[in-house]
Design a protein around this ligand. Sequence first.
Ligand code: ZN
Ligand code: ZN
Length: 498
Amino acid sequence: MPRSPAIMSSKPNSKGRRGRRRTKLLTLRNRKPPGGGYNIKELEAAEAEFLALPMVWNSFVVNLPEEDPESPDGYRWKKTRFQRGDDVLLNSNFDDGPDMWVGRIVQIRTNTEKTEMLVQVRWYFSRNDTAELHIRSFDRSTRSPYERIVSDYHDFLSPRTLQAVTHVQEYDETVLDPPQFGPTDLFVRSTLHFWRRKVSNGPSPIEGNAMHTARGESAAPISPFGEDTCRCHEPYNPYPELRTSSSSVFRSTLSLSLSLSVGPNSIMHFCPRLGCRKWYHNSCLVTMGHTDTVSPPSTRGLRLLAVDPYSEVPFATFAYFSEQESAEDMALASDKLDISDALEMFGRSPLILAHLPPSLLSIAQSPIARCSGAPHGWAIGNVADVALARRFVYTAIEHSGRPEAPAPTTSNTTTTNTTTAGGFPQLLQLADDLEAFAWLDTEDGVAQLEALCAGLEGFDLLASVYTPYWERRWEGFVEMQALLGGPAFVCPECGSAI
Ligand SMILES: [Zn+2]
Ligand SMILES: [Zn+2]
């Protein structure tokens, strides 16, 4: 196999943290970049060799050394299962740091005797890999240290190059429920088109044939990274640095002055309306003049609540407050108009919201914001909480109170059935797990699963009005008033309160 990765001695380094480091680090072509080693001809040869292995597997087990102070050798062996589709950490000189090597298992093959095995891995690039080794003009300031850019570059590796299973979270900035990841969690939101030396928005689903992408046959148009952000297209970096200062320092800085550790472009507001779903920099909104100077402050909360994240039109009950007419009617009102007042105005009983805690109602009337580098999840923002809180309010109004519980759904219990094939030299075991999901292949199975999900969705809305959760979240909102206060912004696209 051309330039195959060296297989290291399997004794771990006792100094290695978390027991993952080994005496001899694997050198994938001596720190050629992940994916920097092959030219197209070599890739072709490597892929041909891989495809010549006839047996395809869904998973395998490797004995990996794990630190164990109680053992005389300082380590013990632990069985680790790797499956097709898993994100994995690979051995490198960068273990345990932000530039550690990460890939995804695309396919697993062996020869019929199971004496030879190769794993097709799709690489994730770090910002430093990308800038230093592949695209010289790449601007790494727009990327977080633990951010990864999934590439269309595939490698064919020995299973012993793998270290552990990990998970790279997909961060889609336009969704209402982004994953809550911290500054040292791996995440991905863009694709490196390796052979075209370009980075595009969104993680690409390209899987399978390595040569297909290498030859550029799937050369679809590329939308540049940051294109969907604000009007200025300046990409957002949730975690610019690995912050070592305490969050209280950050918080007081934030409260006192937004100019010290928080740059003018750090805070963004989000329009959740279906069809918009876009983040805007506070500074850009001010510059572009998208502040509401007409509507009275007394109805600001209701105007925010009227922006239905699940629809292209405002939620009907509160739409009135977004209109010119209400601005004139309410011009003289100095007190904040709350939801109960609004419901009474339209002849509805405020009691229909009695089961919702005040903290939830306050969150539903908050703007949606995020702040680069902020602690406690504020770098990702409050979008999930605000969208869910609004949904609770809408559901209560539509059902004139707490909605009815759905009838319990029955479903087949599934049995997982794992068959393990022996015969491979002790280190590796192969398993084909497809049987575990066989029930899903039947139409009946899919229908049951769908029914179960639909039932759970309604149930979720009913059951999770968990007051302590919303109270705790509201405390966080109060602490971060510096993010949520400020001018009454409106969406540059649809004019909604944001
Ligand atoms: Zn902007
Ligand atoms: Zn909008």
